[in-house]
Design a protein around this ligand. Structure first.
Ligand SMILES: NC(=O)c1ccc[n+]([C@@H]2O[C@H](COP(=O)([O-])OP(=O)(O)OC[C@H]3O[C@@H](n4cnc5c(N)ncnc54)[C@H](O)[C@@H]3O)[C@@H](O)[C@H]2O)c1
Length: 248
């Protein structure tokens, strides 16, 4: 007998951790909506991942609540429901400025993508998953959601907020059969990470990491897929660090 159809919605799917997770979900049989603001990269990723299974790029700016509503609605109408979501769209903003020197523009931009964008995704994903009989949502926080990252106060505040939102949604929707968790990656080798870190700093981070290296995006993807597929139903409302032991 064929397995029941499974549907996933992934934001930030055109690059890095979101892309790797979309790929892993497709390999596990999810029909996957690839949501991202970057149309060109999104279409490229769609054509690469189509070889593995069913997926569709959906242009979506997570700072636009109507666009998020339409993108989630598109996934549901294309594939007949929603069972898993991974909210990975994010930016890190300006680096290198202590809080009093950081700009309001940076604060507003980072909070609107990383925190309000995640809220918007939850607003539309939760009812769609409830209507589909339950499932799992994973928000992408960061180790900067667990402890301060100096000179990126907006990012630190946004990622702490993502963990708060995760807990709030988890306690509200547990009885409706929706588990909501967050992953907190450490240093992951992605375009965002390479763009914001000088090579010297990357080498220092590797040297001081308990495992002596950066993470691959696929290592975060594996945890997200486990949370969506295999994790016990009692596991909800948690922020799981995947950081090579740095917060330990
Ligand atoms: N790379 C790391 O070391 C690391 C560590 C901790 C947390 N994270 C988090 O992981 C997530 C993914 O980061 P990444 O490293 O893969 O970065 P990335 O830059 O490779 O990918 C981010 C994706 O989000 C998309 N995006 C940005 N703004 C958007 C918007 N307004 N609407 C829709 N899509 C938008 C981008 O187009 C891009 O495709 C982010 O939330 C980031 O904060 C990354």
């Amino acid at each position: 007998m064929a397995d029941d159809p499974k549907v996933a919605f992934v934001t930030g799917a055109a690059s890095g951790i979101g892309r790797a997770t979309a790929e892993a979900l497709i390999r596990r049989g999810y029909s996957t909506a690839l949501a991202d603001i970057d149309e060109r990269a999104g279409h490229d990723v769609e054509s690469q991942l189509r070889e593995l299974g069913e997926c569709t790029f959906v242009r979506c700016d997570v700072t636009d609540d109507d666009a998020v509503r339409d993108a989630v609605g598109r996934a549901v109408s294309l594939y007949g429901g929603l069972h898993a979501a991974f909210n990975a769209a994010g930016i890190d903003g300006e680096h290198g400025k202590a809080t009093a020197d950081a700009t309001m523009e940076n604060w507003n931009r980072v909070l609107s993508v990383d925190l309000t964008g995640t809220f918007s995704c939850l607003r539309h994903e939760l009812p769609a998953i409830v209507a589909s009989g339950g499932g799992s949502i994973v928000n992408c926080a960061s180790v900067a959601g667990l402890k301060a990252a100096a000179t990126v106060s907006a990012y630190t505040a946004a990622k702490h907020g993502v963990i708060g939102l995760t807990k709030a949604a988890a306690v509200e929707y547990g009885r409706a059969g929706v588990r909501v968790n967050a992953v907190c990656p450490g240093t992951v080798d992605t375009p965002m990470f390479r763009a914001s870190m000088p090579e010297q700093l990357i080498e220092r981070l590797k040297r001081t990491s308990p495992v002596g290296r950066l993470a691959e995006a696929s290592e975060i993807a594996d945890v997200v897929v486990w949370l969506c597929e295999d994790a016990p139903g009692f596991l909800t409302g948690q922020a799981i660090a995947i950081d090579g032991g740095t917060t330990a």
